[in-house]
Design a binder for this molecule. Sequence first.
Ligand SMILES: [Zn+2]
Length: 395
Amino acid sequence: MKQYVLTFLSVAISTFLLAQTPSNSTVLPCGTAPVKSEWLKRYQANPAAFDQYSRNQNTLYAGMTLHVVGSDAGVGYISFNDLMEGFCDLNTDMAQADIQFFIQGDILFIDSSGWNNHATVIQGAEMMFANNVPNTLNCYVVADPAGNAGYNLPYAGIALTKSGASGGGHVWSHEVGHNLSIQHPFLGWEGKTYNYGNPTPTTVTYDYTYFKDTLIVDTLIIDTAFVELTDGSNCTFAADGFCDTSPDYLSSGGWQCNAQGLSNTLQKDPNGVDFRSDATNIMAYSSDACVVSISPQQIAAMRAYLQTERSAYLFNQNPMRDTITATANMLNPIAGQIEQYDYVELEWESVPNATHYVVQVSRLNSFSFIEYNALTSDTSLIVTNLQNQKIIFGE
Ligand SMILES: [Zn+2]
C-alpha cells in the first residue's frame, strides 16, 4: 500500500478532423492483391445505373472498429496520439468523397504476439474472423501485417502497420479505398518491374488468391488485366477501369514525383507512346508526399459500394459531433489517497458530449513518460500494472 497523488486532467475525443502535412515515402507495399470484385465489374459496365448513390448527397457516416494489437505481454501498442492523428488524416482524405468514419464503441486491445507479427494474410484473416465487430469496418493495427504496410481483405477487414495507421501518410486511406472497391491504377503490374527498354505488353496477369469476396484457400486464382493506353481507348476496362486515373505501370512502393505531380519515371504504353503517371492519386504507389487526391470516378464507385455492399456500416447517420468544453473531475482516488499499487480503481465524472476518455498515468507531473495509457468510453478503469512505491500522477 503506497501513496499515489493523482490529479486528473480530462481529454475527450469526439471528432477527428486535423490536417496533417504528408510525410515521406511508404517503403513497404500494400498487400492487397489486385482484384476487381464482381461488384466493381458490374459497376464499371454501367456506372449510370448507380447515379442515385453519387456524391450529390449528404456526408455518409460509416462505423469503424479499431483493434490495437500488442504482444502476448500486452506491450507494443500504437500510441493513442498516433492512432488518433492517423484517424484524423483518414477522415481528411475521405472528406474528398464526403465519407466520414466514426469510431464505434471502445478501441479494442488484442494481446497476441502471433497476430501482432503475422507472416501470412491467412493468419491475418484468422485474427479478423476471431475479433471482428459486425456492421463496422474493422481495422487492425499490428507490428507486421505479413510484410506489408497494410492490406484489405474484402471479406474481413484491414490490417495496418503502426506507422501506416499513424498520422502523416495515406496508407490507411489507400486500404479503405480498397475496402470500398477501388483498385490500384497499375492493376496487374503488382510484383512486376516495369522496364522502359522492353516493349510494353498489352496484357498482364495477376494473382489474387485470398483476395476474392470470400476466403478461398485451396485454389490459385490468376486473372488477366489489359494494360491501359494513353489515348483513353481502353480505360473503361483496362487496369483499374477508371478513365480519370492515368495509365500507371509502377508497382514499387514510394516512387517519387516531380513538381507537376507526375512520376519521375518515364513509361511508354503498348503503342509506344511516352507518358508519366499521376502521382497524386491515393491508390498509386507514389510517395505519400505526392498524394492528395481521389478521382471523381473513384469517389462515385466508393460511395455506390458503401451504400450497397457495405450499407451495414451506415447504421448511424448522426454520430455525435458536439463540442466538449468541460474537463473531467476525478472521483476516485482522491489526491493523496493511498492505493494498492496493483489494483487502482480510477473513476471520474462523465463529461457532456464526450464519447471517449484518454486516461494516462505518469510518475512525472510533466507526463514526459507515460506509465499507463488507455482510451475508454467508460467513466472508470482498473489499473493493475503500476509499480510499487511510486507517486503517480494521473491525467
Ligand atoms: Zn493497395
